[in-house]
Design a protein. Structure first.
Length: 371
């Protein structure tokens, strides 16, 4: 792997991240076209999933693409969908070399893109920054391979792991800079998800605010009985910002009709015990096209996702205050008897955000991981 390939692929990956949260169900791809040591074209997957990154970059490069190298963060598509195959566009433009980190997991592509390019005499190089690309495309891969989106679980808690006092007061445990960071995280996901308890207690809007974002993520509320306030912020804005309500098949039909009348999308899900089946909820969201879901609790929903081994990344914001045992824990009961049963995560990042501590963790691949 040459330093030049690494540098341009890193740039392509950074461009691809601009599409996160905006282009589902398509992957957030970046593309850089280089000719004679000079960048002549750049692109990333546009809102709604098209145009694709390659066609954006080729349009910018124009005639300079002939004989150039295209750095693409995922195997170029080779099938006819809503747009023509990107492979055909690269071939027609006269691209001489394609560098990509990974093969596409979509069975309609799955190596056929690389094969098509090679058949037309294009030099194809793979494996460059593959680990970083796999992390960026994890949600797309999970949806195509397992039928569910990637789940990021965010918790903002006191030093002793509480998200509210015993009386239910929770605004605000962390400071304004941490909350601004949360809005940026929301914007990089396809959907923001909470449980019914959080929707009732906090009356949240679940939108991205104050950072210049116009396209809002889908708002998902998991509520078996649909016992949600019909006069709250979610109800008032259901016709303006997408609101999906995951509920049990036995939910009251009048509540279903009321929410549909407000503009919400109703998604019936299977029940396990006294709660909705977390696995089926995510399968339904995957079928609807979501690739990245940002879960903001509450404690019962967080526990059900962790217990079902459905959390891929943890993001924690810790504040320097203690609430005590009477406060509401960030995560509900998991029913663990031994530490070996606890889901474990590997630390990715820790940093200060306006006086609070932020940590990012990812699924552990170690022998003690609960898999």
């Amino acid at each position: 792997m040459s330093a030049e390939d690494t540098r341009y692929m890193a740039l392509a990956l950074s461009l691809g991240r601009r599409g996160m949260g905006n282009c589902w169900p398509n992957p957030a791809v970046g593309c850089v076209i280089v000719a004679g040591g000079r960048i002549v074209g750049r692109g990333w997957t546009q809102p709604g999933g098209r145009p694709h990154a390659e066609t954006q970059a080729l349009a910018q490069a124009g005639a300079a693409a002939r004989g150039a190298t295209a750095y693409v963060t995922l195997e170029p598509c080779s099938h006819h969908g809503a747009t023509p195959p990107c492979c055909d566009a690269l071939i027609a433009a006269g691209i001489a070399r394609v560098v990509a980190p990974l093969q596409d997991s979509d069975p309609r592509v799955a190596g056929q893109g690389f094969e098509t390019l090679r058949k037309h005499g294009i030099d194809v190089r793979t494996g460059v920054l593959a680990e970083q690309a796999a992390r960026d495309h994890a949600g797309f891969f999970l949806r195509t391979e397992q039928g569910r989106p990637l789940v990021t679980l965010k918790l903002a808690s006191s030093f002793d792991g509480r998200i509210a006092t015993g009386t239910g007061e929770s605004k605000w445990i962390t400071g304004p800079q941490a909350r601004r960071e949360v809005h940026a995280l929301r914007a990089r996901h396809d959907a923001v998800m909470v449980g019914a308890g959080t929707a009732r207690a906090d009356d949240p809007s679940l939108t991205v605010r104050d950072i210049g974002v116009t396209r809002q993520p889908v708002r998902v509320v998991v509520s078996r009985h649909l016992d949600l306030p019909l006069l709250g912020q979610l109800a008032r804005t259901a016709g303006d910002v997408p609101l999906w309500l995951c509920h049990g098949h036995g939910a009251d039909i009048e509540r279903v009709k009321a929410w549909e009348g407000l503009g919400a999308t109703l998604i019936p899900c299977a029940v396990r015990g006294v709660q909705l089946n977390a696995g089926d909820v995510l399968q339904q969201l995957g079928q609807a096209g979501l690739t990245r879901v940002f879960c903001e609790g509450g404690s019962a929903l967080a526990a059900s996702l962790l217990a079902a081994d459905l959390v891929d990344e943890l993001v924690g914001f810790g504040a320097g205050l203690a609430i005590g045992a009477e406060g509401l824990p960030a995560i509900g009961a998991l029913g663990l008897g031994r530490l070996a049963e606890a889901p474990r995560f590997d630390l990715l990042e820790t940093r200060e955000v306006g006086g609070d501590a932020m940590q990012r963790w990812t699924r552990s691949l170690g022998p003690s991981a609960a898999r």
